[in-house]
Each structure stands twice: as C-alpha cells, then as structure tokens.
Design a protein around this ligand. Structure first.
Ligand SMILES: CC(=O)[C@@H](O)[C@H](O)COP(=O)(O)O
Ligand SMILES: NCC(=O)COP(=O)(O)O
Length: 248
C-alpha cells in the first residue's frame, strides 16, 4: 500500500492468465495448464497473478485457483462477481486480493466498470466480509469521481481503473480517456486508496498509463497471452515489464 498521494515505489505487473484456460478448455483437456503459466510469470519476475473465476467457468475453473495458489508465492488477485457463491469461494481460498468486477453471462469480456455508486448497500457487506478475512479488496471501476467516492464510502483500499475505453479510443478521444484515468488515479491516491489499472492494455498503449505516477499496479492478460503464442510467455512478460519501466 502507498501513502495517500505519494507515488508508489514500483509499478507492479499482475498477469491475468484467464486465456491460457480459454485455450485449454477449447479441447476439454488439461493443456495448456494455467499453473504452468503462473510458474513462468513468477520465474521472469512478474509481481502477481490475476485470475477471474466467472460464473460460467468459460476459462478459469474452481480447481485452478487452489492449484495456482499452491504453485507460486506470487500474490493472487482473484477476480469475482459480487455474488454469494463467489464470496464463499473467496473466503474458502483466502487469496491475497479479491477484485470485484461486473459480470454478465452474455458478455464476451468485461464491458464496463462495477457500479459501486449505485450498489453501495449490496456491496458494503461483501467488502466487509472479504476484508474481515484479510483479503485486500479492490473494485474494478470506471474512471469516474462518483465511483471513487463510492469506493471511499465502501472503505475499499484499492480501486482498479478500467482502461478499456482508453484502449479502444483513438486520437483526441484516447487523450481524453487518459486524462480521466490520470485524474482518477490522483483522486484515489489523495484519498488513501491505492489505484491500479487494467483491461485492454498492450505493448502499444501501456506506456501513457504506466507513466501515471500514482498507479501502483497494472493487470494485463489477454494481449500478453496472445503475444505468448508467438514469443513465449516469459519474453512477452519481460517486454511488457521493460515498457512499463521505461515509461517512469
Ligand atoms: C476485469 C477485466 O478487465 C479482466 O480482468 C476480466 O478478467 C475480463 O474478463 P475475461 O478475462 O473473461 O475477458
Ligand atoms: N483487470 C484487468 C485484467 O486483469 C486483464 O485485462 P485484459 O488485459 O485481459 O484485458
């Protein structure tokens, strides 16, 4: 955790390994194994593993979580919907962190941020239960002041700012999205919330985000797993690390 308003010592890279499991599940077998991906991430100096156990289990499966925890000492950032099923799962497995994300069965990927502002009463007991279990709670939110305010009201120690709009925008629209993310990272940090960012980040778009001084962690997955097909996962992670370091 960083002190309110101070730049973090080092921008951490959390690698989301969901889509290793997507490829594995395509044939219903056990290869490629997300656990091997987690081991490679650890071996090349990744700072954490992110895994999203979706309600439809389209990629990460229940048994993957315990196996990932057993294979490496890297902190596990468990992404979950705000449901009783996922709270119970998180309390059983006690990951380092839990990031509450919005989820719709019909979505191809996460489409928007968690509406923390509109769901305070529903989220408050979930956040409290996870925190009471020693799990660092994060809210995956759009870069909006009302969502930062809601995270403060919910006493969430971390927010992860959704960079999907930024990633898909071009020209002035992308510059506008970048300013929104930078402003919300600063607002979160000023209020004692550690800001992270993620979704849709690539070699080509990561550096302006990595240059935001208050950000403590980036979570990057789909692009890295795609690049791993061509270069290997280790080199892909190392290249992203190099780009992030060069941006600061
Ligand atoms: C919240 C987020 O942006 C991702 O971490 C999430 O895991 C995306 O869902 P899929 O991995 O299923 O695309
Ligand atoms: N929370 C964002 C994440 O874990 C990875 O998102 P993506 O890089 O797969 O889009």
């Amino acid at each position: 955790m960083t002190l309110a308003g101070t730049a973090p010592a080092r921008l951490r890279l959390g690698v989301n390994i969901d889509h290793v499991a997507t490829v594995r599940n395509a044939r219903g077998g056990d290869h490629p194994d997300p656990v091997r991906a987690a081991e490679i991430v650890a071996a090349v100096g990744g700072d954490g593993i992110t895994a999203h156990l979706r309600e439809d289990r389209r990629h990460i499966r229940d048994e993957d979580i315990a196996r990932i925890q057993a294979c490496t000492d890297l902190p596990l950032n468990f992404e979950m919907a705000a449901t009783e099923e996922m709270v119970a799962f998180a309390l059983r497995h006690r990951p380092h962190a839990a990031c509450i994300v919005p989820e719709r069965r019909e979505e191809r990927t996460t489409e928007g941020g968690l509406d923390a502002a509109g769901q305070h009463n529903r989220l408050a007991p979930i956040v409290a239960r996870l925190a009471d279990a020693g799990i660092r709670v994060s809210l995956f939110i759009a870069p909006e002041p009302r969502q930062i305010e809601a995270a403060m009201q919910l006493r969430a120690p971390v927010v992860e700012l959704h960079t999907g709009e930024y990633a898909h925008a071009e020209g002035e629209a992308r510059a506008h999205e970048l300013r929104r993310i930078a402003d919300m990272a600063a607002l979160a940090a000023r209020n004692g919330i550690e800001p992270h960012a993620g979704h849709g980040l690539t070699y080509d778009n990561v550096q302006p985000i990595a240059a935001i001084p208050q950000l403590a962690e980036l979570n990057i997955g789909h692009y890295l797993i795609g690049e791993a097909i061509f270069t290997g996962l280790g080199p892909a992670v190392l290249k992203m690390r190099e780009l992030m370091d060069a941006a600061r």
